[in-house]
Ligand binder design. Structure first.
Ligand code: AFD
Ligand code: MN
Ligand code: MN
Length: 426
């Protein structure tokens, strides 16, 4: 489904008076609002190809219909999101779920929608039907060299698909680990994994990055071979300058201080990027900002101010991989993704309100109250009119979800694709 610019402009016109009042107020209250708006316009978040269909749990799945049946339709869905918010200008693919039959045609289609290809993701956490050897006991860590080789070859294959499409990074998430004490020799598992990653790393083009994603538990429940940021950082630093740690917000043990992790990874130049989502208990993959928006803001505060020696705002636009990794069990996936992107933009905008100079002064004089006041004042500011203004100027919708609903997009997609369609992914 293609939404024309006219429809967006008409929709915006109806809301303009209200928006103008709200934005004028925000503008008066906010120092440097033009700069903030430009930064928001420049910021793009990649949409995961595997999150365009209905997610599920191991208990069940309740699809809502009209799911994309092919890579082409996935790109159309992301194109639709990007048309509505002008902030979803990239897609992150998963191989083998998204192998393009014709990379050239897929590139052309993506370009028509203004989309770039972000990190490509490998999959050695499932066995594929035509696969010779099983990953039941791990992939890159496996005690069996032939299995390690199969997993390495798969990752190199993924890099090749990425090169064909114009991606510049590979994300490796391993489910490798063990379920019971005694099952695994931790040291051997680490060494095997490192050796395997080194072979994959050697196949990376010179302008590519390798993101090593960590996760504390699941599907292995006793140990994970890339279980936390320390382990990921160990691999990344042993691999070399093209390897980085990827932070998936849902992959920590409860109450982990993710903003501190982010700060230190940045300090070391080893922060690769993010998988944004939210969670209350584990890897819940919920809508970004739906459970703990304060944490999201604190992470952005570290990103924008945390590591510069003089606390000058850091240019976030490029250099990191900004991706969503979520699952939509009960919501329309597209509406959910619009909400996630909005939450990211709100947190980013709020972080730009922090008076970093005053904050550093408060810290240097141990004025704890003042430091907290500065942080919270930014967080408690309603920046939604500023985020909406950035969208407006970029040609997007003042209310992306509003248009989505007015146009009954899901019904149109069901009409085009059918009620019982299943998108590849989780
Ligand atoms: C997993 C990981 C990883 C992976 C994805 C697959 O977060 O990023 O690519 O889900 O769907 O939980
Ligand atoms: Mn992830
Ligand atoms: Mn996950």
């Amino acid at each position: 489904m293609i939404i024309s610019q006219n429809i967006i402009d008409d929709h915006n016109a109806k809301q303009m008076a209200k928006h103008k009042t709200l934005f004028d107020f925000a503008k008066n209250e906010t120092e440097g609002v033009e700069k903030i708006i430009q930064r928001l316009i420049d910021f793009q978040v990649a949409i995961p190809s595997w999150a365009l269909g209905t997610g599920g749990t191991r208990f069940g799945r309740f699809p809502g219909g009209g799911e994309p049946r092919s890579l082409e339709e996935k790109i159309e869905d992301v194109g639709l999101l990007h048309k509505l918010n002008k902030t979803s200008g990239a897609i992150s693919l998963h191989i083998p779920w998204d192998i393009p039959t014709s990379p050239k045609e897929i590139q052309t289609l993506a370009a028509q929608h203004g989309l770039a290809f972000d990190a490509v993701n490998s999959n050695t956490f499932q066995d594929q039907p035509d696969q010779a050897l099983t990953y039941k006991f791990g992939s890159l860590q496996n005690v069996n060299k032939a299995i390690r080789k199969q997993a390495i070859d798969h990752n190199i294959e993924v890099i090749k698909h990425g090169i064909d499409l114009g991606s510049k990074s590979l994300t490796v998430w391993l489910s490798d680990g063990s379920c019971f004490p005694g099952q695994l020799n931790f040291r051997k598992a680490f060494e095997n994994t490192l050796e395997s990653l080194q072979e994959i790393y050697a196949a990376l083009p010179s302008d590519w990055k390798l993101f090593v994603e960590y996760k504390a538990f699941e599907p292995n429940f006793y140990s994970m071979t890339v279980g936390d940021w320390g382990q990921s950082h160990l691999y990344a630093s042993k691999l070399g300058e093209k390897a980085f740690t990827l932070v998936d917000l849902g992959h920590h043990l409860p109450n982990a201080n993710i903003e501190q992790i982010v700060s230190l990874l940045m300090m070391e130049g080893k922060l690769g990027g993010f998988h944004f989502n939210d969670s209350k208990y584990g890897d819940d993959d919920l809508t970004v900002g739906s459970i703990n928006p304060y944490q999201l803001f604190l992470i952005f505060n570290e990103l924008t101010h945390g590591t510069q020696p003089n606390n000058a705002p850091f240019e976030l636009g490029s250099g990191f991989g900004w991706m969503i990794d979520a699952s939509h069990n009960i919501k329309d996936p597209l509406e959910d993704l619009l909400q996630s992107v909005e939450a990211i933009m709100v947190a980013y905008a709020q972080s730009l309100l922090v008076d970093s100079k005053a904050l550093e002064d408060a810290r240097e004089s141990n004025d704890v109250v003042k430091a907290q006041e500065i942080i919270q004042a930014a967080y408690r500011t309603d920046v939604r009119p500023i985020v909406a203004e950035a969208r407006l100027r970029a040609g997007a919708a003042l209310s992306p979800i509003g248009i989505f609903r007015d146009l009954k997009v899901r019904n149109v997609l069901i009409g085009e694709r059918g009620l019982k369609t299943v998108a590849t992914g989780l």
